[in-house]
Design a binder for this molecule. Structure first.
Ligand SMILES: Nc1nc2c(c(=O)[nH]1)N[C@H]1C(S)=C(S)[C@@H](COP(=O)(O)OP(=O)(O)OC[C@H]3O[C@@H](n4cnc5c(N)ncnc54)[C@H](O)[C@@H]3O)O[C@H]1N2
Ligand code: MOO
Length: 394
């Protein structure tokens, strides 16, 4: 449902300089305007030679040859190599026509007028051939690729200074709850610090969206609706937290329920049971439960993959693996449970219990352990499905 809502919320594309493209998602195929390597060049500092001239060199029968040219990296006029001569060459310099081997400087006396070569690598050694990494005209990166360090390095290597990327969906984040107080302020009895908006905004940004946090509101339907409606026009998605369960003061459910365009349901999962989704004034809305772990897990399960799919990311889900449970667990029948875990590459330890208020335990987790609806207990050593979340293996 969230994926369907967001599929129509894709906010188009924009061209950005490569220097501000980190983390963005390619909206075009990037073609290689040049091959990689751009030209055949040396992998070693040494001497470009003809193997026929140097192949037999040894300590007991060294080969002495005149050095015809000096080729530092960046030299653009490279004369061909005449038989019976060598060119001194540096790593990255173009290999001259006629050369079929580079003899590393360590196998020579390092001479500049004449060089004495005491051994030669096999014919063809230490040449990095034009196009062996990427042929000119082929696709360097397809649309849907997330641009991290190595991808940006590649795009720069084929000469591009800008790229067309998906615009970031603008995501409004709004927490509700009369008990909430901004961090840094004093707490009165019964009050707690508001944390979901920062948690969700950070998760939105990390998923590729552009979060804007509205000042959280108390459990007052009119104030809630006024706050939302004042901002909605500039948003591609609204995420709320809190106010969706069965209590007497469920501001989100009361306000949006009356509109008839947002559906509230109980999902057979834990945490994250009470959920809502729909549109308000035509803008997609997802209403997450207020318990912080429930908000986090709901975002992971429903919103993150939908947001990333809307951005055009080829593989929008988290990496999943199977791992052996360090200890036993129990799980309620009929609900898919997402327990917090710490995965070490082989096994997974549970971090805290199933309670959806356990934020300190959540912060120590690097994975979610998925327990299917029909499983009520598992012994230590069982294989479980593990979803790797931020910070996995770190
Ligand atoms: N009688 C029932 N009670 C509850 C049910 C139920 O089915 N029947 N479901 C429980 C489940 S499961 C969840 S999850 C919560 C969801 O409740 P709400 O979405 O209405 O959330 P709140 O009641 O507003 O808050 C729940 C909890 O989380 C704290 N909270 C809320 N917002 C924030 C925030 N921005 N930062 C930090 N902490 C927050 C809030 O203080 C509450 O402790 O309902 C159960 N109840
Ligand atoms: O199902 Mo609720 O989301 O755990 O506390």
């Amino acid at each position: 449902m969230v994926a369907d809502l967001l599929a129509h919320a894709s906010p188009g594309t924009e061209e950005v300089p490569l220097t501000s493209a980190a983390g963005r998602v390619l909206a075009e195929d990037v073609h290689a305007a040049v091959p990689l390597p751009v030209f055949t060049n040396s992998a070693m500092d040494g001497y470009a030679a003809r193997w026929a001239d140097v192949g037999a060199a040894s300590d007991s029968a060294p080969v002495s040859l005149p050095v015809a040219e000096d080729l530092p990296a960046g030299r653009t006029d490279v004369p061909a190599l005449a038989p019976g001569t060598v060119h001194r060459i540096m790593t990255g310099a173009p290999v001259p026509e006629g050369a079929d081997v580079v003899v590393p400087v360590e196998a020579t006396d390092g001479g500049t007028g004449t060089v004495v070569i005491t051994s030669s690598p096999a014919a063809g050694s230490f040449l990095r051939h034009a196009g062996e990494d990427l042929a000119a005209g082929t696709t360097a990166l397809p649309a849907g690729t997330v641009l991290g360090a190595s991808q940006l390095g590649l795009v720069a290597s084929v000469g591009r200074s800008s790229v067309v990327v998906a615009r970031r969906p603008r995501v409004l984040v709004l927490s509700t709850g009369t008990e909430l107080v901004a961090p840094g302020e004093p707490l009165a009895p019964g009050q707690i610090y508001e944390s979901n908006s920062l948690l969700l905004a950070t998760a939105v940004d990390a998923a590729g969206g552009a979060a804007r946090t509205l000042h959280f509101v108390p459990d007052d339907v009119d104030q809630f609706l006024a706050t939302v409606r004042a901002e909605l026009a500039d948003a591609d998605l609204l995420i709320t937290s809190g106010g969706v369960s069965m209590g007497a003061y469920e501001v989100v459910k009361d306000a949006f329920g009356a509109l008839g365009t947002v559906e509230f349901v109980g999902v057979a999962m834990q945490p994250g049971g009470p959920q809502g989704a729909g549109t308000v004034d035509g803008v997609p809305v997802v209403t997450l439960p207020g318990n912080p772990v429930s908000s986090f897990v709901s975002f992971e399960v429903f919103v993150r993959p939908a947001l990333r799919a809307a951005l055009g990311i080829t593989d929008p889900g988290r990496l999943r693996t199977t791992a052996r449970l360090a200890g036993p667990l129990t799980s309620p029948a009929g609900r898919r449970q997402f327990l917090r875990g710490r995965y070490d590459g082989a096994g997974v330890d549970l971090v805290g219990g199933p309670g959806s208020h356990l934020v300190a335990h959540l912060a120590r987790a690097n994975s979610l352990v998925v327990v299917p609806e029909d499983v009520t207990e598992l012994p230590a050593g069982s294989e479980v499905e593990v979803v790797l979340i931020e910070g996995a293996l770190q």
